[in-house]
Design a binder for this molecule. Structure first.
Ligand SMILES: [Mn+2]
Length: 460
C-alpha cells in the first residue's frame, strides 16, 4: 500500500484546491480532521463536506482533487469529478471496484480489503487518513488514527487494536501522544465515579446493573474505597493495579455465575482489554480516554455539529468552544435518557424466540443504535435487540439498528453478515460489525425482515 499512499501524496501536492467528502460518524469526522490538518500544513485551500452514505453519489466536485474518506468503496463515485480532475478514495468498507478498475479520471483507491485485511478490525477510515499523513512525516497526528479506530469499534472483537491499527499505535506511542495499558473495560475511566461506571458495566445483566447502592456495597466489600481520604469520589483512573486486580477477580466470579457454560471461557475478554489515553490531555476530562473522547465526537456528529467536532479534534485550545460543547454533550445525554425512559415506560420491546425489537419512531435515526445498546442490559442480553425508525427516502423506509452482547460474537455469530444477507432478501441493504450493525429496509418488508432474522439464528 505504500506506493498507493505515495501516489495519493503526489496528487495532493499537484493540487491547488481540494474538496474532502467524509462520513458523518466519529471515524469519518476524525478522518476529515486529519485530512484537513494535512492540507492546512501544506497551505492548500480545501473544504470539508460531511455526507451520508446515500448522499455521496450526488456530490459534484469543483476542485482539482476530491478526497473521499470513510466512504466511497461501496458507492458509485464516477460522477463526482470529471476527466480533468483527480480523486483519492480512503475507505475500509467492502469495495465494489477491483484494484485498477478504469474510471473516467485519474484516481487512487486505498482499501485494506483489497489486500485481504479485514477493514472492520484492522484499520479505520481515519487510520488510512493517518497513513497518508505519515507519508508527509506528520507522525504527531497518529493519535487521531487511534481515536477513529476506537470510535469505529475496531477493538470490539478482542478489546485491543490489531493489524494496521497496531502500527499506528506504535507510532503514537513512539512520538509520545498515546499511552496504552491492560485495563478494566469500564466505560468512564476519567469522568464517571467508579461506582457509577460499575452500575453501567457489562453486556450482561448483573446484580450490579443499574444499582448504584449495590455497586458501593460491592466495592466496600473488596476494600476498594469509593472516596479518597479527602472525601473526593474515585474514578477507575485512580485505582492501583492491586485494586484493579481485586475488582477483576470479583467481577469474573460474579459474571461466570450469570452466563451459560458455553460463554464462560469468553467472560475475561468482557472485563479486560486495552485502554488508550492521549498524553497531552488532562486527566478527569472527556478527552483523556479514547473511548470517552469518541463519545464527545459522536455527540457532536449526531447533532450534525460536524464543524464543532472537527474543531475539537484539530485545536488543542478549546476555551472558545467549551460552553457550546458542554451544553451539547449534556443535551445529547438528556435526549438519550429521555428516549430510553419513554421506551421503557411504554413497555415497547417485543420479545421473540431469538430476537427482541422495538419501534423507535420519534427517536432520531442516528441514536437508535445507542438506545438499543442501552436497552440490552434491561431486557434479555442473550438475544440481539433491534430498533427501527422511519428515515427520509424516496419510498417509505426504515433504518434498523442492531446491538448484541459481545458474548454472542465470541461464540461465533456475526450479525453484520447476517443482517447484510437478510436485508438484501428484503429489498434493502445493510451490514456492519458482528455486535453492532444496521440496515435500510423498505417499510412494507419490515415484518419479513424481523421474521427472517428471528428464524436465521438459533440461540438456544
Ligand atoms: Mn469507518
Amino acid at each position: 500500500m505504500d506506493d498507493l499512499f505515495n501516489n495519493a501524496k503526489e496528487k495532493i501536492l499537484d493540487s491547488e484546491d481540494v474538496t474532502i467528502y467524509t462520513h458523518t460518524d466519529c471515524d469519518g469526522v476524525t478522518a476529515g480532521s486529519i485530512l484537513s490538518t494535512i492540507l492546512d500544513r501544506l497551505e492548500i485551500q480545501h473544504d470539508v463536506n460531511f455526507v451520508e452514505i446515500n448522499e455521496l453519489e450526488d456530490q459534484r466536485c469543483e476542485s482539482d482533487l476530491a478526497i473521499i474518506s470513510d466512504l466511497g468503496a461501496g458507492q458509485d463515485v464516477s460522477k463526482i469529478v470529471g476527466p480533468d480532475q483527480k480523486m483519492v478514495i480512503l475507505d475500509h468498507h467492502p469495495p465494489i471496484r477491483k484494484v485498477g478498475e478504469d474510471l473516467n479520471f485519474d484516481y487512487v483507491e486505498i482499501n485494506p480489503n483489497h489486500y485481504n485485511l479485514d477493514g472492520s478490525y484492522t484499520i479505520s477510515g481515519g487510520g488510512l487518513s493517518y497513513l497518508l499523513a505519515k507519508s508527509f512525516g506528520f507522525y504527531d497526528l497518529s493519535w487521531m488514527g487511534i481515536l477513529s479506530a476506537i470510535g469505529d469499534m475496531q477493538n470490539s472483537m478482542t478489546g485491543k487494536l490489531r493489524g494496521l491499527n497496531r502500527e499506528i499505535l506504535a507510532d503514537a506511542n513512539e512520538v509520545g501522544v498515546v499511552n496504552y495499558q491492560e485495563d478494566l473495560m469500564l466505560y468512564g475511566r476519567h469522568t464517571r465515579p467508579l461506582f457509577v461506571a460499575l452500575s453501567y458495566f457489562g453486556d450482561i445483566h448483573l446484580p450490579l446493573t443499574n444499582n448504584r447502592n449495590e455497586c458501593i456495597y460491592f466495592l466496600e466489600n473488596l476494600n476498594i474505597p469509593v472516596k479518597d481520604q479527602l472525601g473526593n469520589v474515585r474514578y477507575l483512573y485512580d485505582l492501583s493495579q492491586a485494586e484493579k486486580g481485586k475488582l477483576f477477580n470479583a467481577l469474573l466470579k460474579m459474571m461466570v455465575r450469570e452466563v451459560p457454560n458455553k460463554y464462560i471461557e469468553h467472560v475475561p475478554k468482557l472485563i479486560m482489554g486495552e485502554s488508550y489515553e492521549f498524553t497531552f490531555e488532562d486527566p478527569y476530562t472527556s478527552f483523556k480516554d479514547a473511548s470517552e473522547y469518541s463519545t464527545v465526537v459522536n455527540a457532536c456528529a449526531r447533532n450534525k455539529k460536524y464543524n464543532l467536532a472537527m474543531e475539537v479534534i484539530k485545536s488543542q485550545d478549546r476555551s472558545h468552544i467549551q460552553d457550546e460543547l458542554e451544553s451539547l454533550v449534556k443535551g445529547h445525554k438528556q435526549y438519550l435518557a429521555q428516549s430510553l425512559s419513554n421506551l421503557s415506560s411504554n413497555g415497547d420491546v417485543e420479545i421473540l424466540d431469538n430476537l427482541q425489537y422495538f419501534n423507535a419512531d420519534g427517536i432520531r435515526a442516528n441514536v437508535v443504535g445507542t438506545i438499543a445498546g442501552m436497552l440490552l442490559s434491561n431486557y434479555d442480553w442473550q438475544k440481539p435487540i433491534i430498533g427501527y425508525t422511519h428515515v427520509d427516502s424516496d419510498e417509505p423506509m426504515y433504518k434498523v439498528s442492531l446491538r448484541c452482547s459481545k458474548l454472542l460474537s465470541y461464540d461465533g455469530i456475526h450479525f453484520g453478515h447476517i443482517v447484510s444477507d437478510i436485508a438484501a432478501k428484503c429489498g434493502g441493504s445493510g451490514g456492519g460489525h458482528s455486535v453492532a450493525c444496521g440496515a435500510y429496509i423498505p417499510e412494507d418488508n419490515m415484518d419479513q425482515f424481523i421474521n427472517l432474522l428471528n428464524n436465521s439464528i438459533n440461540l438456544v
